[in-house]
Design a protein around this ligand. Structure first.
Ligand code: TYD
Ligand code: MG
Length: 470
């Protein structure tokens, strides 16, 4: 009998090569290729048995109504698009210790009242999960627990006559199929185990949550393969040292992908944050230079966050640019535009940018607020503390309108801001804003620079630390 050929599979992207190499040619990851046994029987061509004709229909027709099961955790329901769809598979990824197990245990406990819930832990013993449940005050919930790693055993349990309505597998990297030679956590195992579990979920109609670990590059191990297989991919993220956790949908077959859910990690577990703006602005100190409040939108929800910049003289030949929570390429572009179009050269300075509170912003609408924070730090003049800012900056320095203006302004008014700096736009109606809310239109970065060139700057006073404050 011919010896089973080996194949080499990249554990980052799932690419298959006939030869081992130190670096994957398709994703450029180092040391990610390991040997796996090749599939015994390669799929044959179409010889032999004829297939059955498939049924072909038009686009019109009545579809079965989508029933969603709400978990009662509003932030989770928002991110999933209004609740969990029976028979769907969801992947929850995130760094170790970020709170994936906590979130899913809390969701499981909430749903346990409505439907059967099974929590399969491959990482922790039953006692550990119980201990966590007790700490969360959830001991009374009717969640069924199991510590198991064999997909064959889990499948046999789920194939029973009355399967639960929700199954959590924590985590997909710890379970394995005994028919494969590779170790748990390898791409082959992750793919085969997930496929098996998802097949049962679709057949039996239960909601399947898979927990996925994230590699140090921030991807779920065996990422591509898993992301294609499930219906919804959620990432749970947050900065270490901050209590906020953001649940973000990056793929969703049953809803939008731009919504985020905000949680706070407390000693009683994850608590929903109903008003994230207030939370992100909680530690803001008014009237300091280098700070500006950005009126952002995440999905359909407006969110105010503080952008902080520090421009400091540099002793380095290549000054430092450090960014937390924003795109460093975007910062480089803004600095170049400020230099070329407004004559503000920061080439000899270190520039640090930070989105306060650990949120990650990807909207181009943040440009104007970042520019204001940079200008404010560079000139050591506070940006107007009672104003929010938003607007996209183009390469010629023009400030362009962005979407969802009204909800940004309303959120700012709700949180007590007195006005906004925003892009110039013809025919703007400030109809629905509270009286006295002032709009300052900024057509070009020049207009913004002018805000920081006060003709009669207030005399600077030294504070108790000997620093100068406006
Ligand atoms: P966990 O859910 O175990 O993370 P993951 O499954 O993503 O690895 O979260 C563990 C962290 O959360 C741990 O560092 C302790 C913290 N935590 C709290 O702060 N409060 C709590 O009530 C719980 C259960 C955990
Ligand atoms: Mg865990």
């Amino acid at each position: 009998m011919a010896r089973a050929a080996a194949q080499y599979v990249c554990q980052e992207c799932g690419a298959v090569t006939p030869k081992w190499s130190g670096r994957c040619e398709s994703c450029n990851a180092w040391n990610s290729i390991i040997e796996e046994a090749a599939r015994q029987a390669p799929p044959k061509g179409l010889s032999g048995k004829a297939g059955r004709k498939i049924e072909i229909v038009g686009l019109e027709g009545a579809e079965a109504p989508l029933v969603r099961q709400t978990t009662g955790i509003k932030e989770l329901d928002r991110v999933t698009g209004g609740g969990l769809v029976p028979g769907s598979a969801l992947l929850v990824g995130g760094d170790p210790g970020i709170g994936k197990s906590t979130l899913l245990l809390q969701a499981a406990a909430r749903l346990a009242g409505q439907t059967g819930v099974l929590y399969v832990s491959g990482e922790e013993a039953v006692d550990q999960v119980r201990l966590r449940a007790r700490r969360l005050g959830l001991s009374g919930a009717a969640v069924q627990l199991a510590a198991a790693t064999s997909v064959r055993d889990i499948a046999a349990t789920l194939d029973a006559a009355n399967p639960p309505g929700l199954v959590v597998i924590d985590s997909i990297q710890t379970v394995y199929l005994d028919s494969l030679d590779s170790a748990p956590g390898t791409v082959a195992q992750v793919r085969a185990s997930a496929a098996e579990l998802i097949r049962i979920a679709k057949r039996k109609g239960f909601v399947l949550f898979l927990v996925g670990h994230v590699t140090k590059e921030g991807q779920i191990a065996g990422p591509r393969v898993l992301e294609h297989m499930v219906d919804t991919v959620l990432y749970f993220e947050g900065e270490r040292g901050h209590a906020y956790r953001i649940l973000r949908a990056v793929k969703n077959r049953f809803g939008p992908t731009d919504e985020i859910g905000v949680f706070e990690m407390t000693d009683k577990g994850l608590v929903e944050v109903e008003n994230p703006s207030a939370l992100f602005l909680a530690e803001r100190r008014g009237n300091v230079s280098g700070s500006c409040v950005f009126a952002g939108v995440e999905g359909t929800r407006p969110m105010l966050v503080e952008m902080q910049a520090l421009v400091a003289p540099s002793s380095l030949a290549a000054p430092r640019r450090a960014v937390v929570g924003w795109d460093s390429g975007r910062l480089a572009m803004l600095l170049a535009v400020l230099d070329a179009r407004c004559g503000l050269s920061l080439g000899g300075n270190d520039v640090y940018l930070n989105v306060a509170g650990g949120l990650r912003i990807s909207e181009p609408a943040a440009d104007l607020a970042v520019a204001a924070a940079l200008l404010s730090s560079a000139t050591d003049q506070p940006a107007p503390a009672d104003r929010v800012m938003f607007g996209e900056v183009g390469l010629s320095g023009e400030v362009r309108p962005v979407g969802q203006e009204e909800s940004r302004l309303k959120e700012a008014a709700k949180l007590g801001f007195a006005g906004a700096c925003l892009p110039r736009r013809a025919g703007r109606k400030s109809a629905n804003l509270p009286g006295g809310f002032a709009l300052t239109e900024i057509g070009h970065l020049h207009d913004l620079v002018a805000l920081f060139k006060r003709p009669n700057p207030k005399p600077l006073k030294a504070d108790s630390h000997g620093r100068l404050a406006g």
